[in-house]
Each structure stands twice: as C-alpha cells, then as structure tokens.
Design a protein. Structure first.
Length: 343
C-alpha cells in the first residue's frame, strides 16, 4: 500500500512535531516517520523528566511535558505518525513528486520532504562483555522507562556522565542497594551532581567504584552477579550482586540513510538555504539539529523558527502563482477554521 500526502516529515522530535502545526496553518497535510517507539526524540528518550527553561512563554516544563503540549497543539491537523521505522530510500521522481520507503516497507508519495531528524538516529553505546547482551531489555537496560520498577532491587549503574549521575541520585533512595561504577575518577557530569553523589556515598546510600566490568554470573538464566576489575594498584576484582544493570555510556548519533540522498553536507550536517531551509535538492528541506548554516544554534526554539519559515517556503513552492499572505492566529478566520477554533 502506498500512502499519499502533501509532506512527509522525517523525525518526531519537538521540531518535527511543531512542523506539523506550521504546515497545518498553511493548509498542508503531513505524515511523520520516526525510528523510536514514541514521539519526542531526545526530549522523550534522553531527558523526559528533566526541566527545560528556554521555551518562550513556558517558564519551566519537562521534556515530556513539552512533547505532550506539542501533541495537543497539532491535534487539530490530525497528523499520522509512523513509529519504529526509518526512511531507507528517498527518490525524487519529479518537481513535486517524491517516493519514500521505510524499513517496514511502508511507501509514501508526497510533494515535499522535511528532514527533522535531529543529529540522526541515536543508539546507546553498549557494554562490551561477551554474552551480556542476552539480558538486554530485561535486567540489562540502557534507559530508565519507569523508575518504580527498580525499587527494592540491587542496582549496578555504569557510567559517569549527567544521565548516569541523575539516575543514580534518583534511584538510590528506593533501591535495596545502588553501586555506581565509573571507568575513572573523573566524572563528565555537573559539579552539583557529583557533590550530591559524593554526599550520598558518605551517608552510605550509594557506593562509588572505579573500574571496568570483567565478567558476570547467571543462575537459571538470570543475571545474579557482576565482577569488576578496579583501578587500584592491585587491580582488585570485586563481585557485586545485581538485579538490574543500568548502563549509561552515552549515545552514538548516526546520520544513517540521509548520507545517501545526494544532499550537500558539511561535517555530516545538511546545508540549507537559510531563507527557506531548502536543501541542495529542491523540494527537500531540513530543520533542527540536522542542518547547518552560518550562526546556527542547536536550540529547540531555533528549530521552531526554522519550521515556520520552511512551511511558508513549501506553501509558495506548491502554489508559486499565489501570494502567501501572513495571517495571524489571533484574528484570521481562516486560521481559526483550520485550528477548529470558534469565533
């Protein structure tokens, strides 16, 4: 089955979601494709519970609250979101004729394409220990989805960055035990978080070790112990009981198939015309962290601005003989009609 629509947006992060809104105001329909199992991009995947302070007129919200609000905002335009699939091929067949095929075999025919894929797809840097991967998704986890599921358990947490320390601080209070193991004595996290962690260690609520995983023990198919070689002079080996093994070694961004679409790139970022956010291929646009131009700032609010200008440019491309009038949502009857707002 081939899905026909006006625009396909690649990426369901905050910028991609807001692009639906800006296109909708122009009367343009869109479908969204994203590799993750949920919308939100990095906001939902990396910091759903962390506060954001630089969204205009929103003094503070969490990453997930921002995504929830964006989804409510775009609801009048009834976007269709296709999750857990990536766009594997993109073919330009005419001036306003593109065909896209995803990793699940879904095919789209559209008049324009917008790449809002952030820095590409993110995959966690995995623990390199032979055989450990068979516990992934059960006892071995690379993200925390529900903090409550770790309550009362023996947690071993690997990593020394912000995510590792943030989760160590949050989970320690409810865990039976929590040991954080960092490769070195140097943390890559905010000083305030390091100080809090050290204070909790002094209070006996957290244990901090420095070393690397060397082996594991399983009983009846369950991970029961992890062994670590420590960074002391004796290269001591310590064995820790473990119910949940949480690994936060960071994420590895991959540009993926975008590299094969004959787009002009600069340091693995897509170059664009700053007045329209069109790429080197007419009809394909790039907004958000995936693009680059002089003065580019990788901020969510910058992505929102780019989405607005891209929508106007696409409207003009679709209807080149018509003047695209700037209409305000406060007063325009047409905008109210498209938003489903009663005058």
């Amino acid at each position: 089955m081939t899905i026909k629509t006006d625009v396909v947006i690649i990426g369901a992060g905050p910028t991609g979601l807001f692009q639906v809104f800006e296109l909708g105001l122009q009367g343009i329909r869109a479908h969204i494709v994203d590799a993750l199992p949920q919308t939100g991009g990095q906001c939902s995947e990396l910091y759903p519970d962390k506060p954001i302070f630089d969204i205009p007129a929103v003094p503070e919200c969490t990453g997930q609250q921002l995504i929830d609000n964006l989804e409510r905002q775009i609801a009048p335009f009834e976007p269709v979101v296709h999750l857990e699939q990536t766009v594997e091929s993109l073919e330009k067949r005419g001036d306003l004729d593109f065909r896209l095929t995803t990793s699940t075999g879904t095919q789209f025919e559209c008049r324009s394409v917008i790449i809002a894929a952030g820095a590409g797809s993110f995959t966690p840097v995995r623990l390199r220990l032979e055989g450990i991967d068979r516990f992934e998704g059960d006892q071995l986890l690379y993200r925390v989805r529900d903090p409550k599921q770790h309550a009362g358990k023996n947690i071993v947490l690997l990593g020394g960055g912000d995510s590792a320390l943030d989760w160590a601080l949050e989970l320690a209070e409810s865990a039976a035990s929590l040991t954080l193991v960092n490769r070195t004595e140097r943390f890559r996290a905010a000083d305030a978080s390091v100080q809090k962690l050290e204070a909790m260690a002094e209070a006996g609520k957290v244990r901090i070790l420095y070393g690397q995983a060397s082996s594991f023990t399983e009983t009846d198919g369950r991970l029961t112990h992890m062994s670590f070689t420590l960074r002391d002079e004796q290269k001591s080996v310590i064995d820790l009981p473990v119910d949940d093994l949480l690994v936060f070694f960071g994420l590895s961004p991959k540009l993926g198939p975008v590299e094969n679409w004959d787009l002009a790139l600069e340091r693995k970022l897509v170059t664009i015309d700053q007045s329209t956010f069109e790429t080197s291929v007419p009809g394909i646009y790039a907004i958000g962290d995936i693009n680059t131009y002089p003065g580019k700032k990788k901020l969510i609010l910058s992505g929102f601005h780019e989405a607005a200008l891209a929508a106007f440019a696409i409207k003009h491309r679709f209807e080149p003989d018509k003047k695209v009038n700037l209409q305000y949502t406060t007063t325009s009857p047409l905008m109210h009609e498209r938003l489903g707002v009663s005058d």
